[in-house]
Design a protein around this ligand. Structure first.
Ligand code: SAH
Ligand code: SF4
Length: 358
């Protein structure tokens, strides 16, 4: 049993089930998610009675993910962690520091089954789902790193500590293909007595898994939703995103409309700009027409290089024209994703585990 897998209610039920007082729940939870302890021990959990601790030590573990490798980008804003799972698989977690905010980009699967042609994770194929505990452990890992960084900064310049405030599920994997584990992890990360990430600071990005989007709507999930669109016609989209054959564009857009109507929230639509593939003025008009009038914002992401795809990113000028058409002709707002971490392959879609044996 991995303690990071349990919601606070489940932890409480476990204590009761073992014949202990439920009042230990709050203290245990704060050891896990505020003190960010790395083990179940007398030193790390002094206020938990020895009997209780012994039971946990005997029957549970703390699924801390050891760092196999750590890389800093040359601009100093992005740090990529290769984390080792206990079956020796590895995943990547990225810490991004933009001005005034810190975001963790976390993975939901080892590899991905969706096979988008331009994505390094898609190119490596699917190995397995992550457990909720493995998803939570990534957030805890980043929170620990930030604590260490802000202690260093504080010691040197009197800077106030930086807490983890934003999480994007845009690392390796398709989060809606691993729905239950992802939602459980989100609930744990969101819990107000622990990491306490606000629901509107958590963004989940999907390739367009229609049943998952409808389920998010039905469950009134409060997180932000991003949908990877990349093309505005079915044949063009299916060529880039094989999953579009299973969930065609018209079904996807119907699900998006249902989602926005039910939740009252706007959706972010991601568009990886690939020169000569999906960046012409006509294609800008097609996506403008598709999204016009919907609560939508387009996130344009110039293609990041991957070894398995020879496309190149749209040039700045063509990207600006694309953006201008969206805003001026269709009143569809858009942003251009800042290019970060490209030199260490920590940009969108570059996450793959190159050395899977080491
Ligand atoms: N599986 C989810 C989330 C992970 S990918 C999804 O596909 O939405 C996060 C975003 O990066 C997606 O919009 C994805 O299409 C985009 N992306 C993938 N590969 C990319 C690349 N090489 N360059 C730029 N963006 C890429
Ligand atoms: Fe999977 Fe997303 Fe990559 Fe597509 S873009 S292969 S869905 S991780």
């Amino acid at each position: 049993m991995n303690l990071y897998d349990l919601t606070r209610d489940e932890l409480k039920a476990l204590l009761v089930n073992w014949g202990f007082s439920p009042f230990h729940t709050t203290r245990l939870w704060s050891y896990l998610y505020l003190d960010l302890v790395t083990e179940i021990s007398a030193e790390s959990m002094p206020e938990i009675p020895p009997k209780v601790r012994a039971r946990f030590a005997a029957e549970a573990s703390l699924g801390v993910l050891p760092t196999a490798q750590e890389t800093d980008s040359s601009d100093g804003f992005t740090r990529k962690y290769l984390l080792r799972l206990n079956d020796d698989e590895k995943i990547e977690t990225v810490l991004m520091r933009y001005t005034g905010r810190v975001t963790a980009c976390i993975s939901s699967q080892v590899g991905c089954a969706m096979g988008c042609v331009f994505c390094a994770t898609g190119q490596m194929g699917y190995t397995r789902h992550l457990t909720a505990g493995e998803i939570v452990a990534q957030a805890v890992h980043v929170a620990r790193v930030l604590r260490a960084l802000s202690r260093e900064a504080k010691a040197s310049a009197g800077v106030s500590p930086v807490r983890l405030r934003n999480i994007v599920l845009m690392g390796m994997g398709e989060p809606l293909h691993n729905y239950d584990a992802v939602m459980r992890a989100i609930d744990i990360i969101h819990d107000g007595n622990g990491l306490a990430l606000a629901a509107d600071r958590i963004t989940l990005s999907t390739v367009g898994v229609v049943p998952g989007i409808l389920r998010l709507a039905a469950e009134q999930r409060p997180q932000h939703l991003a949908v990877s669109l990349h093309a505005a016609t079915q044949p063009e989209r299916a060529a880039l995103v094989p999953a579009a054959r299973k969930w065609p564009l018209d079904e996807l857009m119907a699900a998006c409309r249902t989602y926005s109507k039910t939740t009252g929230r706007r959706i972010f639509y991601e568009w990886t700009l690939i020169e000569g593939k999906n960046d012409t003025p006509e294609q800008a008009r097609a996506v403008g027409a598709l999204l016009q009038g919907l609560p939508a914002q387009v996130n344009l992401i110039p293609l990041n290089p991957t070894s398995g795809y020879d496309g190149v990113p749209t040039r700045t000028e063509a990207a600006r024209t694309f953006q201008k058409i969206l805003s001026e002709e269709f009143a569809v707002p858009s942003t251009m994703r800042q290019r970060r971490g490209i030199d260490i392959a920590a940009g969108c879609g570059q996450l793959a585990v190159a050395d899977r044996t080491g």
